[in-house]
Design a binder for this molecule. Structure first.
Ligand code: ZN
Length: 198
């Protein structure tokens, strides 16, 4: 006899604590996942059963996270409990979250294109442009902020670093590489400023 997966479970996705719910009455075992970024900022997505992977049949990529409208953020129940827990936990770990990351090629490594761009005003500098997974369909910043770094270090996440720099500036917390956020919500990317590293 097959054992039922737990109804609710906290799972770790790239350092983010995600609430996963599988309705025991639903034979398809669809996974409902929730990610709280702030007490009133909740993302959710629906994935097929574990044995079918993260991509729905007939679709090319996993569906991105969708932000719940404020009226849809539960005020009671397991999702609310998770949000309250996550809000406390995030305070302790300084809001570390990491649900996005670079688009991986068939070899499992991040894909990129090379270019030269003039970001600092001192003439063109070599850059690598990494396409990033669209975390959300209508907002851009969650796909290029607090996401997994192309360096691949499990503790490397691309952090907001606009203080003292310019809008869109990001620096990896592990490898120290500098990036500029680029693209848009449906096609986000990070431009690596190859010559700039902490
Ligand atoms: Zn890095």
């Amino acid at each position: 006899m097959q054992t039922n997966p737990p109804y609710t479970e906290i799972i770790d996705i790239r350092g983010s604590k995600v609430l996963q719910m599988i309705d025991p009455n639903d034979n398809s075992r669809t996974r409902y996942q929730y990610l709280a970024r702030h007490p009133n900022l909740l993302y959710r997505r629906q994935l097929p059963a574990v044995e079918h992977g993260d991509v729905w049949r007939g679709e090319a990529h996993p569906r991105p996270w969708e932000q719940s409208a404020p009226r849809d953020v539960p005020t009671t129940g397991p999702v609310r409990d998770y949000i309250d827990w996550a809000s406390l936990a995030y305070c302790e770990v300084n809001m570390v979250e990491c649900i996005g990351g670079p688009v991986l090629g068939p070899d499992g490594k991040p894909t990129f294109t090379e270019d030269e761009q003039n970001y600092g005003g001192d003439g063109p500098e070599p850059v690598r442009i990494y396409p990033m997974l669209p975390v959300q369909t209508h907002e851009y910043w969650p796909s290029v902020t607090s996401v997994a770094c192309p360096c691949g270090d499990p503790n490397g996440w691309v952090a907001w670093a606009e203080a003292g720099w310019v809008p869109g500036y990001r620096i990896c917390t592990k490898c120290g590489q500098h990036f500029m956020a680029s693209g848009d919500a449906s096609d986000p990317s990070l431009t690596e400023l190859i010559g700039r590293k902490d």
